[in-house]
Design a protein around this ligand. Structure first.
Ligand SMILES: Cc1cc2nc3c(=O)[nH]c(=O)nc-3n(C[C@H](O)[C@H](O)[C@H](O)COP(=O)(O)O)c2cc1C
Length: 437
């Protein structure tokens, strides 16, 4: 039976360029060219979108200092995603570009205006990855002493989305008249203030940008807690997730689809993409050797612990590497990522968790092999899960040209030969790519 194709995204972790690896460029990626080339490469491979992750702080969680993050270039430094999305979007013509922007950082009016502008500049290919931020240090860059509790963050985010919707609707269809003879640009009777006064936000409106090609950006979300899943199921066009294995992927997808139906949406309108980090080689053995070399590289354990500390607000330097974690850890930050990492009850030592995590922290299933082997496995997994696709990413929060090319010119053609991913774009806008199949 011919399997339906699946969707492909790229979850772009900073920091770019493996500057300390044999094939790293070692140069400065900060003029944007690295990202522009990456976007063009992914467009050649017909990806639906590239998503630019973001955090709003220099983490000091690991070891109580910024040293590990800065020394290893783990999650810092990075560029602001919005101008990067513009640069990548204007250098391509089909690829969707998704920027992560936090409801904590932008007032809704600015978020709506910025999203609308980027959607116009990219001719309808912009997406917003909706995050509420998850770290105290990030909150402290925005006038708060600490991060609001998860429930409050989501309550604020609900109202935020309401304001966004009203702002995008503040220009009625047909408001832009462009009547040269009558001298009318826009019909003022079709552009309305929104007069929003809620619990958290007060916004008059209307938006002062023209309606963008998609009307609003594509919404991407990564809610993991029950509250987060409800939020994602209600609002998202695409959900990004990391699961532990095929059964969990299947269960997550079924859960989201049920929540979407309960919220009155067609579940098929939401594309759930699961993170994977394929390690490719000329032979199966070669791929396993590469994977093991990464696990045994001198900075690996430190880099992984620094990044998990940063996203969970928990200092993993305080736990012994060769003992199991003393208790089930909880955070006001990314609890889903923490649970996936800590595998509570498994009895594994912290070192084992990190080593397992290399294939698992950001990978929903292990994919190690030749392009043909990995493509075959991805097809099997998707058939079992039921759809919708994968989000390719890297285990150690760095991305290199070499890795991007291996995926785009090795793995993707192997997927295409099996009819598993598209060989040409049918549409021009991001939402249409997502709804194509
Ligand atoms: C694949 C993936 C990517 C994420 N990317 C970001 C990101 O770039 N920036 C961010 O602040 N949070 C990011 N998050 C965190 C989510 O936005 C969310 O805070 C987290 O999943 C916890 O959700 P919960 O509170 O519903 O459990 C990501 C989560 C996942 C699973």
């Amino acid at each position: 039976m011919q399997q339906k194709p699946f969707h492909l995204g790229w979850f772009m972790n900073f920091t770019p360029d493996e500057w300390h690896e044999p094939f790293g460029q070692g140069g400065s990626p900060w003029d944007g060219q690295f990202y522009i080339e990456m976007a063009r490469t992914l467009e050649r491979a017909c990806f639906d979108y590239i998503m630019i992750e973001d955090k709003l702080m220099v983490s000091e969680t690991y070891g109580g200092s910024a040293e590990a993050g800065l020394r290893g270039g783990v999650m810092v430094p990075k560029h602001d995603p919005a101008p990067l999305a513009v640069a990548m979007g204007m250098a391509t013509s089909r690829l969707g570009v998704v920027a992560t922007m936090s409801t904590l950082a932008y007032p809704p009016f600015l978020m709506a205006r910025l999203s609308s502008t980027i959607d116009s500049l990219t001719k309808g290919r912009f997406g917003w990855n909706i995050v509420t931020s998850a770290e105290d240090l990030a909150a402290r860059n925005f006038g708060l002493d600490k991060l609001p509790a998860r429930e409050l963050r989501y309550a604020m985010a609900e109202e935020y989305m309401d304001v966004m919707g009203k702002l995008f609707a503040s220009w009625e269809p047909g408001a832009v008249v462009l009547d040269r003879a009558a001298g009318i640009y826009a019909d003022f009777k079709k552009v309305h203030p929104i007069h929003h006064e809620g619990k958290f936000y007060k916004v008059r409106g209307p938006l002062n940008t023209v309606p963008s090609p998609q009307g609003r950006p594509v919404y991407v979300q990564a809610g993991a807690s029950p509250r987060g899943r409800d939020f994602a199921a209600k609002h998202a066009d695409s959900i990004v997730s990391v699961a532990s294995g095929v059964a969990e992927m299947k269960a997550f997808r079924a859960d989201i689809r049920a929540r979407a139906a309960a919220a009155g949406r067609n579940p098929d309108d939401i594309k759930i993409l699961f993170c994977v980090t394929p390690t490719l080689g000329d032979t199966g053995q070669d791929a396993h050797d590469r994977h093991n070399r990464m696990l045994n590289s001198p900075s690996f354990i430190d880099d992984m612990l620094a990044s998990i500390s940063a996203i969970t607000d928990i200092d993993f330097a305080k736990f012994a590497l060769d003992d199991p974690l003393p208790e089930r850890l909880v955070t006001n930050g990314e609890q889903g990522s923490l649970d996936k990492f800590q595998q509570y009850g498994s009895g594994k030592t912290l070192r084992q968790l990190v080593v397992d995590g290399a294939g698992g922290l950001v990978s929903s299933v292990e994919l190690i092999g030749t392009p043909e082997q990995v493509a075959e496995r991805m097809g099997e997994v998707m058939a079992e899960v039921g759809g919708d696709g994968f989000l390719i990413t890297t285990p150690v929060l760095r991305v290199s040209r070499r890795y991007v090319v291996e995926i785009a010119d090795g793995l993707i053609p192997a997927l295409q030969r099996r009819g598993l991913t598209r060989t040409a774009y049918k549409h021009e806008k991001l939402r249409d790519h997502l709804l194509e199949f």
